[in-house]
Ligand binder design. Sequence first.
Ligand SMILES: Cc1ncc(COP(=O)(O)O)c(C=O)c1O
Length: 346
Amino acid sequence: MYWALPSDLPRSGIREILDLALQTPRAIRLETGEPDFPPAPHILEGFVAASRTGHNRYTPTEGIPVLRQALADKIARVNQVSRLPEEILVTPGGLPALYLAFLGTAASGDESLVPDPGWPDYLGGLVSLGIKAIPYPLPPPPHYIPDLGELVRLVTPHTRAVVFNFPGNPTGAVPSPEELEHLVALAESQDLWIISDEVYDQIVYQGPALSPAGLAPDQTLCICSFSKTFALTGWRLGYLAGPHPAIASLTRAAMGTWSSGSEPLQYAGLAALTGPQSIVQTMRDSREPFICWSTSRPPVLLRGPSRSPCWRRSPWPSPRAVRSDAGLLARCGCRWPHRLPPWRKG
Ligand SMILES: Cc1ncc(COP(=O)(O)O)c(C=O)c1O
């Protein structure tokens, strides 16, 4: 019988190593962006109190109004963007928000530009929608800010959107205000949607991570999440902020998929936003001791399945999980072009 999804839909490399880590007793887990502390007590309490007081029902697809208002306040404070509650859609995590953004901005056969190196899970959503993921190379460290010339070179009549991810995963890069201005101007001149993945927006170390939406509000969809900031990765709460017509349209798409988010979870999100924010600072502060610890350790030699050492460049045509002599699990080789199945290469 006919099955529409391509049989070689790529498996997320992150899931590959996550599954391996879950089966590995005492694994030191560095494979996903997981804060290593539990959610703050007031957030847990927010969930329990909401459930105990009867908030266990369907909610509006867009999200409960009090949460959308609190999100508008947060976006103004942190991302320095003015959005009305009606311009925000609550989603079950940042990834579904990304999926909706991909869905709304390009059709099957169109192209969207994605950073390389970049978070590999963009690929699953784009490929399953039939959108061609076109990797744009990021200049070498320490800069990692997209090069305007490279971006323009990759734009074709089929390009519909560009994904920016600041602070970047895995690079951590944040552009200066001038660099951001140039990137936004480029997207505007090429008539591209900006899909701005801002899930790490509160884990910055020098100044705020400015959002492209501050410069091009009508052309930018911001993807934000509670996962990283509040150590809520397993709860699945995120949101999409953008111009009202886009949010209204994507809300209708969400109606036909998850219908509405968990009600007690949304109240927990409200507690996270309106309660003490010290957890956010605690997370930022935990970076220094980790860097001191990790740089004082001897380097770890990673070996692939054939016991060949893995260097900066992966010896394999596609990324795969590797294991060190000390039991460390990692993934090598996340260059995008190798990840594209032959039927999707640009
Ligand atoms: C760059 C980036 N974007 C989006 C996400 C999705 O986050 P979530 O779906 O947990 O909100 C992640 C998760 O690791 C990420 O690293």
